[in-house]
Write a protein that binds this ligand. Sequence first.
Ligand SMILES: NC(=O)CCC(=O)C(=O)O
Length: 265
Amino acid sequence: MSDTLLNIALLQMNIDAGNPVANFSKLEVMLEQAAGGKDKPDVIVFPEMWNTGYALEQINDLADPNGVKTHALLSEFSRKHGIHLVAGSIAEKKETGIYNTIYAFNRSGEAHASYSKIHLFRLMNEEKHLTAGEKIGRLSIDGMEAGMMICYDIRFPELSRRLALDGAKMLFVPAEWPNPRLHHWRTLLTARAIENQMYVIACNRVGTSGDTTFFGHSMVIDPWGEIIAEAGEEETVLRVQIDLALVDEVRSRIPVFEDRRPSLY
Ligand SMILES: NC(=O)CCC(=O)C(=O)O
């Protein structure tokens, strides 16, 4: 297999808000399902806050202290199967607050990168219960540079542009993005892919939480802006192969990064 190809699996899962025990069990089942089959993934991606959902009123009791439980499961899984994990995000309790954090595990089981959501989403009261991260999220997957953003972050084009300027060729986006904003979800993700000429790999949840329904539609968009894989509204493992060589090809066809005039704007 060419060294620019990556098989990606996205776990579009239903999340039981406020029930980490059920969510850990569900995740384990879906991980085994994703790792099996003939197209073994190089990278598995999960949705946002998959351990607790948006049970924010109880988040102080539910968040994983220092991510210890999450690390125990995912470090062992990634090492055993030799698969990278962009482990969605979890609610994580630290001394300084509760964060919405992605941990990325490499094929040896090391948590080699992390990112805590920097834009908290007021419409879902995140800012009342969570602490915002202060750093942007970069990682490297088998020598290929990538960026991490979480859900609401896709409304801030400066962030993905910064990651692209720093070398990212793919962007991972765990999310809990609800109805009625499917149009925003698809348009913003596609825009981030086209303007930065990068792959966008976005994993949303399905199911309901109180009055809120989550539509799924996890998707992978290529650097030309084509949606090359898209899930429906059911729980599923979405699989796709991407070729990072396409990023360089698109960037040389329309040399946006050479033509930009940052001194003027
Ligand atoms: N979990 C989130 O950040 C949701 C963001 C969202 O729904 C939006 O419209 O933005």
